[in-house]
Design a protein around this ligand. Sequence first.
Ligand code: 5GP
Ligand code: ZN
Length: 135
Amino acid sequence: MTDCIFCKIIKSEIPSSKVYEDEHTLAFLDINPVTKGHTLVIPKQHCTDIFDMKEEDAKAVMATAKKVASAVFHGLNASGVNLLNSNKKAAGQEVFHYHMHIIPRYENDGVRMFPHEKYKETDFKMTAERIKSNL
Ligand code: 5GP
Ligand code: ZN
């Protein structure tokens, strides 16, 4: 896509710090890291989010994410790693080319992820049914 910033990174039309590349995927450092070494893995074929992504690209991205997560974990002496992918504006997506975040984590690094809510028993069952009926 011509005005997609991540497509421009793939084509090296704008600079980035690439750490891994293969036929279907690219991994590069996030310009505004949660912690240093925060890396993004993207499919080379443009798709907006998980919903329009081809299954082969999803597999390729996960294979690259596994490889890069291990390199981030060992190479940066991290104590943990988060993999995170946001889909649609309501979920916090800001760049509309699918990407998986790989975020190195450390004990007491102060990074806070999501707050949690509680289910009532009926909601618990109904929520599972609504998901299952769409599979
Ligand atoms: P999102 O909020 O869509 O899940 O994440 C988008 C991520 O892309 C952000 O973490 C942001 O820092 C990163 N980002 C946005 N523009 C650029 C860019 O031009 N270069 C790089 N390397 N990262 C970018
Ligand atoms: Zn793109």
